[in-house]
Design a protein around this ligand. Structure first.
Ligand code: GTP
Ligand code: MG
Length: 240
């Protein structure tokens, strides 16, 4: 008998080279005593990611696939997964093996104590295989911290656990749009709701197959606009 369960949410776009192996690796990483479901939230990938998962796991009720054809996008897929999840304990992670399933037991363990546990590249012990990406992300996070006045060190990691019931109380429309910028909005509104946040060290790996969908220059521009907008909203909300 298990009394604990976790819903692991995997947003996918063109991850045919990763997703079947990742679903297996996530299943294997769930500690004993935990029930689980793995939600693959696919935005109608042209490479057949959705069909590949269905083919690989036709009869496993723990592997749930969701095909989205409208209002697509990374952050909106994550929200769809959270809304659909059946367990109160949620883990969100990328589907390209950047976020390593071996971290799952630690996230679940610390998640017993804190509302949000974020796998961070920038607290002691955290790292990233891609050294160039690590350095630029670290510099960019310093800038974000100045603008957002936050103590969180990794505001763009996106590998975390939280309780669904707590997340559902946040203003979801103000958070879940855009790309990785959703994560600093989520962390901000979580702090505003007095949720407790802790960062634990995580190693972010190189994507094992397929191509990145993000463009560094576009990301820097969009995230900077998103950060300034969030800061302005906060100043206005605290005045009202
Ligand atoms: N459902 C959904 N998933 C997406 C979308 N865009 C990206 N993803 C997934 O989100 C995760 C992160 O996307 P990546 O392309 O790896 O972007 P990134 O992590 O910023 O870039 P890298 O540093 O190259 O890994 C991956 O699991 C993608 O499959 C989207 O529009 N919809
Ligand atoms: Mg990635």
């Amino acid at each position: 008998m298990t009394d604990r369960g976790v819903s692991v949410i995997l947003p996918t776009y063109n991850e045919i080279g990763n997703i079947v192996a990742l679903v297996r690796a996530v299943g294997e990483a769930i500690p004993p005593g935990w029930d689980y479901e793995i939600l693959v939230i696919d935005d109608n990938s042209p490479d057949g990611t959705f069909a590949a998962v269905q083919r690989a796991y036709p009869d496993d009720p723990r592997v749930v696939t969701m095909l989205r054809t409208e209002d697509r996008g990374f952050a909106k897929s994550i929200r769809a997964g959270i809304e659909r999840a059946k367990f109160d304990r949620i883990i969100i992670m990328d589907s390209d093996f950047t976020h390593d399933p071996v971290e799952i037991p630690r996230l679940l363990h610390i998640g017993e104590i804190f509302d949000i546990v974020s796998g961070s590249r920038f607290c002691a012990g955290g790292r990233m295989e891609d050294v160039g990406h690590y350095t630029t992300s670290m510099l960019y996070n310093w800038m974000l911290r100045l603008v957002l006045r936050t103590q969180v060190q990794d505001n763009l990691g996106g590998f975390f656990t939280a309780r669904r019931s707590a997340l559902m109380k946040l203003p979801l429309d103000k958070i879940f749009y855009g790309y990785g910028d959703y994560y600093f909005r989520l962390l901000h509104y979580a702090q505003w709701k007095r949720m407790t946040i802790v960062e634990i060290p995580a190693a972010y790996m190189l994507r094992t197959a397929g191509k990145s969908k993000s463009n560094a220059l576009r990301m820097v521009m969009n995230y900077s606009i998103a950060a300034i907008r969030l800061r302005t909203t906060l100043s206005r909300e605290s005045r009202d």
